[in-house]
Design a protein around this ligand. Structure first.
Ligand SMILES: [Zn+2]
Length: 400
């Protein structure tokens, strides 16, 4: 099968082919090049020509919580069965956003392991799923009301990592800051967590949004810093030296800021605990949203590896809005091709999947997204998902 369109973005952050095409055979990309040339070389292949659209690699969402049902209005209904259905639905929905690989950064224990197994068995059709199982916070720390495992002390942290890895976690996630400047884990605990992971070749992500938690986590050596909301340029430079990556999650904080501003202006239902917490923390989200807007370009310019992650868990919010995340990055100063890179080749490398997916390149899996318009000049093209192929198989097609 040949897939062709007027624009083809390979995902490496630089390459755009005009009138490009790929050849897909048995789920693998076996040619990438100019459409006319490819069609003359493969005259017998069927051709799907998307005209003025853009073909690009299937996207990654590097910060997802498939099983976070905590802001649903009818919480009482959510037993393990309904949570599993909910997570499966979330995972399916990712395809409609052009997402073909998800890193889940904490969901209820065992949920992602079983969801992935259900996918392998063909019970559900979902994106590629990398996960951290339940995540780890200190007793009473950030996320403890959302099913995160509460652990204190160096030895217990090592034991929790061993347990979660035994139970299927691909990565380990710690949470060490909330909406204040008080770090939760001690430096000793953070260092031990990274040491336990790295000596066993496990990669590790950490929720750190404020100072000095960000500094402590960079020094501890975490592979990805999640949020890094108030990160400084000097810290980003240190991350470059250390080979650490940053998942800013701009959309989540900007959405929460707009959400609580609206609540303040118009009032609203605060019976839901997640909504009530958002309203309470408006004073945090305002400077948080501003920090992303004011600092993103300068932080990006250090060369730090940026990863696109949506982290959207609020009831009524758009699911996995990776299009918005890339939209903010462009609004705050980088090019569409650079933004697309944060959801393609960058995450593929960080996850160790660069030989599998993340680019339109010969030998990689045919995870392919087709969007209306020219995504290389207008990132809003990502809002118009036409078609998604996962391993060469069509998993989503828009009705228009
Ligand atoms: Zn999160």
């Amino acid at each position: 099968m040949i897939i062709a369109a007027q624009n083809l973005v390979t995902g490496d952050g630089a390459t755009l082919l005009k009138d490009g095409a790929i050849v897909v055979d048995k789920g693998i990309i076996c040619e990438v090049g100019l459409g006319r040339e490819i069609m003359s070389r493969y005259p017998d292949e069927s051709v799907v020509d998307y005209g003025k659209a853009t073909i690009l690699p299937g996207l990654f969402d590097m910060h997802v919580h498939l099983g976070y049902y905590y802001s649903q209005p009818d919480l009482d209904n959510y037993d393990d069965f309904l949570i599993a259905y909910y997570a499966a639905k979330q995972a399916e929905t990712a395809f409609t956003q052009g997402i073909t690989t998800i890193r889940d950064l904490s969901s209820p224990h065992n949920l992602c392991k079983q969801l992935r197994l259900a996918g392998e068995k063909g019970y559900v059709t979902i994106p590629r799923l990398i996960h951290t199982d339940a995540g780890i916070c200190m007793t009473g720390g950030h996320g403890h009301t959302d099913g995160i495992e509460q652990v204190d002390g160096v030895d217990n942290i090592r034991a929790a990592i061993r347990r979660q890895h035994r139970d299927g976690a691909d990565w380990i996630k710690l949470l060490t800051s909330h909406r204040s400047d008080i770090p939760e884990f001690t430096q000793e605990e953070l260092n031990a967590a990274v040491d336990e992971c790295h000596r066993r070749n496990i990669r590790t992500a950490v929720h750190a949004g404020t100072q000095p938690s960000i500094e402590m986590c960079i020094n501890a050596g975490f592979d990805t810093i999640e949020h890094g909301t108030f990160m400084t340029v000097a810290q980003a430079e240190k991350m470059v030296e250390n080979g650490q990556a940053w998942t800013p999650t701009i959309t989540a904080y900007t959405y929460l800021y707009e959400y609580c501003r609206k609540l303040q202006a118009e009032g609203g239902d605060l019976s839901n605990p997640v909504a009530a917490a958002a309203a309470r923390d408006c004073a945090y989200f305002e400077p948080a949203a501003r920090a992303y807007r004011d600092n993103f370009k300068r932080l990006y310019a250090t060369g730090v590896t940026v990863l696109a992650g949506s982290d959207m868990v609020l009831y009524g919010a758009p699911p996995m809005p990776i299009n918005r995340e890339l939209g903010y990055m462009v609004e705050y100063g980088i090019t569409p091709l650079e933004a697309i890179r944060t959801a393609t080749v960058n995450p593929a490398r960080v996850l160790g999947l660069a030989a599998v997916t993340g680019q339109l390149a010969i030998g990689l899996t045919a995870d392919v997204l087709v969007v209306g318009g020219d995504a290389a000049t207008d990132i809003a093209a990502l809002n118009d998902v036409k078609c998604v192929y996962f391993g060469g198989k069509m998993v989503y097609q828009s009705r228009q």
